[in-house]
Design a protein around this ligand. Structure first.
Ligand code: CS2
Ligand code: MG
Length: 403
């Protein structure tokens, strides 16, 4: 099954997405998501200039060989750009294999290990009252798990607060990086109050998650975890930057609050110590930034040996293509934990025709052959790329901090 064409489509239906389209001599087409928020054109160029020419003539059925060829053949291994590009190829080839077999990809991965995939939505508010209203809205939609984020009093901008017009939160919203202000003490004093408020309002029958977004030192993260234990969060996410995997030992020494890390990871090596030392409870690596379905399954298999469960990233800047692929992986693995489901801003649905469904807090990828997403290139052409940057965070003294 020779590959006859491989092309990159950069478009902006609601936000920027980079989509790889691979065609075979049999007329079967597969798609992969190559979006890297704020650095989209780097991956688009890596694919179109360096990898797509090498795809032509390859056998589309040889997914593992392609993965090894583009990983080891790069010489310069790992990194978000390389691994997002490889991920897009990998997902597109799995899409083709499913279509050729007439089966949804999860069937090729061993079939359904569950009836549905529990997802969590994003509730937020500039005040605790607004957070409660958004939290209730997600409960009314049927979510069993909801992330809670609220503006920190005294800080003019806080991560994760959706606009009041009901649009989905989109951090990459300006054509130069927005500069946010951060003060850890104000956050550490406020976070327990926010969690207490949510539990007082909604009880303990719903999973409540919280994203710290890389902003604490390890000992501050241990203090946060300890202060939240009585409110039983499902997890605290990215409590501290994870380049230093051994730093998580300090967090474990101070709290039993579950820890989730990994959305910025792009290979098994980024999380090997975190998993094998059981320093985390959920690994958040995504199908679009960690080398595709092939590599993500390796990471989750390693995690399974150590009692670590999956909790994949699923923000709006991962396109419907990678969200669909994520659901196929989620359906098939034994150590599934939870799947982030932020949704996608209109008019993404005009470009990505999806098969996945949401019912009472659970999602299913559908049984369309492949990953179940039809990509409308003509529609994509109506939404040209619109360069946007993620924010930069500064402490009150003006020094750059983790965003
Ligand atoms: C966030 C992401 O959803 C999350 O857990 O950490 O929305 C993250 O901020 C974006 O993906 C960055 O592009
Ligand atoms: Mg996050």
């Amino acid at each position: 099954m020779k590959i006859t064409d491989a092309r990159v489509v950069v478009s902006s239906p609601g936000r920027n997405y980079v989509t790889l389209v691979i065609e075979t001599e049999d007329g079967i087409t597969g798609v992969g998501d190559a979006t890297l928020n704020g650095r989209e054109l780097a991956v688009a160029s890596y694919l179109s200039e360096h990898l797509c020419p090498l795809l032509i003539g390859r056998d589309a059925r040889r997914i593992e060989d392609a993965w090894q060829y583009f990983y080891k053949g790069a010489y310069w291994r790992r990194g978000p750009v390389t691994m997002t590009a490889i991920a897009a190829i990998d997902v597109a080839l799995w899409d083709i294999k499913g279509k050729a077999a007439g089966m949804p990809v999860y069937e090729l991965l061993g079939g359904a290990a569950r009836e549905g995939v529990m997802v969590y939505g994003h509730a937020s508010g500039t005040t605790l009252e607004d957070l409660s209203a958004d939290f209730q809205r997600h409960l009314d939609l049927g979510y069993k798990a909801i992330r809670a984020q609220a503006a920190v009093p005294g800080l003019d901008k806080t991560y994760g607060i959706a606009p009041v017009d009901g649009k989905l939160y989109e951090p990459a919203s300006s054509n130069v990086p927005q500069e946010d202000t951060w003060e850890t003490t104000a956050y550490l004093d406020f976070a327990p109050k926010m969690m207490a408020h949510v539990r007082e309002q909604f009880g303990y029958g719903v999973h409540v998650l919280h994203d710290v977004h890389h902003r604490l030192t390890p000992i501050e993260a241990g203090r946060l975890g300890a202060s939240l234990e009585q409110y039983r969060p499902f997890w605290i996410e990215d409590p501290t930057p994870a380049e230093d995997q051994s730093a998580f030992r300090l967090i474990r020494q101070h709290t039993t609050t579950p820890v989730a890390v990994g959305e910025v990871f792009n290979s098994i090596w980024d999380c090997q110590q975190l998993i094998t030392e059981r320093l985390i409870d959920y690994i958040r690596t995504s199908v679009s930034h960690a080398g595709g379905i092939t590599h993500l399954r390796r990471i989750f298999s390693l995690a399974d040996l150590y009692g670590v469960r999956s909790g994949s990233h699923g923000a709006g800047d991962l396109s419907p293509v990678s969200f669909a692929a994520a659901l196929h992986v989620d359906m098939s693995i034994p150590n599934f934990g939870i799947q982030e489901h932020m949704g996608h801003r209109d008019p993404a649905g005009e470009v990505f025709k999806t098969s996945y469904t949401f019912t009472d807090g659970y999602m299913h990828p559908g049984d369309a052959p492949g990953i179940g997403v039809e990509f409308d290139e003509d529609a994509a052409a109506r939404f040209p790329f619109d360069a946007k940057y993620l924010p930069v965070n500064r402490r009150l003294d003006g020094s750059v901090h983790d965003w």
